[in-house]
Design a protein around this ligand. Structure first.
Ligand code: BEZ
Length: 255
C-alpha cells in the first residue's frame, strides 16, 4: 500500500504508535547480545528501546524519509531501507520484532511476507509482532467511506486487519509455531483536541481524500466529525478516541 510518511509530524503528533509499542517489547525473550531486527522501524524509537535491552539491533523501514529520521535521531544504531516482503539479512535474526506495520501490506502479499520473515530468522528464532486486527478503526473507516461516497468516491480502505485465527494459520503455513496470540480492543486517545480526528485521517487514511478539491475535503472531514462525535468524542478529556483493535502474536520458526 502506498503511503507518504512525514517523519516530523509522525514523531510529534502520533507518538502513541511507538509508545504503545513499548508494551510488546516485554514479549521479546532473548539473552543480551542476541540479534534483533526491528521491521518497519519508523523513526527508530523502538529500535533504540531494543538496543537498551542489550540486543544487537538493525532497523529496516520501507520509507527513505523515516530511515533518514531514525539515523539522525539514533546515529549509533544501524538502519537501512528495505521492503518487508523481500529484504534479506546476511545473518539470520534471533528475533524479528514489528509494531504497527503488517496492516500496511496488502492481503495478497501476506503469504510472501510470512515466508520472508521465516527465511530471515535463525531456526528457533522468534517473531514478535503487533498490528491492526479484525475491526480495527472500523467506526472511523466505515464513516469515512460513507462521506467519500457522498462526494462521488468509491472507498475501499485496503488495510489488512485479519482475525486472530486467520493470521495464526497463515504463519503456521509459512513454518511458524504460534506460541501466543491476543486480539483486543485498545481505544486510543488522539492528540490535537478538536483537530485530532481530521489529523489522524489525513496522516493515515487520507489517500483518496487528497484527490478531492479543498472544499469537498472539508465537507468530508466536517461530516465525519459530526457523525462520529456521539461515539468517539470524549468531552471530559477533550479528545477523539479512535477504536483501535490490536492483534499481537508471538511465534517461533520451527526448524
Ligand atoms: C493502525 O495503526 O491501527 C492504523 C493505521 C492506519 C489506518 C488505520 C489504522
Amino acid at each position: 500500500m502506498n503511503q507518504e510518511w512525514r517523519p516530523e509530524e509522525y514523531t510529534n503528533g502520533f507518538s502513541f504508535v511507538y509508545q504503545y509499542g513499548e508494551d510488546i517489547l516485554s514479549l521479546v525473550d532473548l539473552p543480551r547480545g542476541a540479534f534483533c531486527l526491528d521491521l518497519g522501524c519508523g523513526n527508530g524509537a523502538l529500535t533504540q528501546k531494543l538496543a537498551e535491552r542489550g540486543y544487537r539491533v538493525l532497523g529496516i523501514d520501507g520509507s527513505p524519509a523515516m530511515v533518514a529520521k531514525a539515523k539522525a535521531d539514533y546515529p549509533a544504531l544501524d538502519f537501512r531501507q528495505g521492503d518487508a516482503r523481500t529484504f534479506s539479512l546476511e545473518e539470520g535474526a534471533d528475533c524479528i520484532f514489528s509494531n504497527a506495520v503488517f496492516h500496511w501490506i496488502d492481503e495478497a502479499d501476506q503469504p510472501a511476507l510470512a515466508r520472508n520473515l521465516y527465511r530471515n530468522l535463525k531456526p528457533g528464532g522468534q517473531l514478535v509482532c503487533e498490528f491492526g486486527g479484525k475491526g480495527n478503526t472500523g467506526t472511523i473507516l466505515s464513516e469515512l467511506g460513507r462521506q467519500l461516497e457522498e462526494q462521488g468516491i468509491r472507498y475501499r480502505h485496503g488495510f489488512y486487519f485479519p482475525s486472530l485465527g486467520r493470521h495464526a494459520a497463515l504463519l503456521e503455513e509459512a513454518g511458524f509455531a504460534v506460541g501466543a496470540a491476543w486480539l483486543f480492543r485498545r481505544p486510543t486517545p488522539l492528540s490535537g483536541g478538536e483537530e485530532g480526528l481530521r489529523r489522524w485521517v489525513q496522516m493515515f487514511a487520507g489517500g483518496q481524500l487528497g484527490t478531492l478539491p479543498p472544499q469537498n475535503q472539508e465537507r468530508v472531514l466536517a461530516g465525519l466529525e459530526e457523525a462520529l462525535r456521539p461515539r468517539l468524542w470524549d468531552e471530559q478529556k477533550h479528545c477523539w478516541v479512535a477504536d483501535y483493535v490490536r492483534l499481537r502474536l508471538q511465534a517461533e520458526r520451527k526448524e
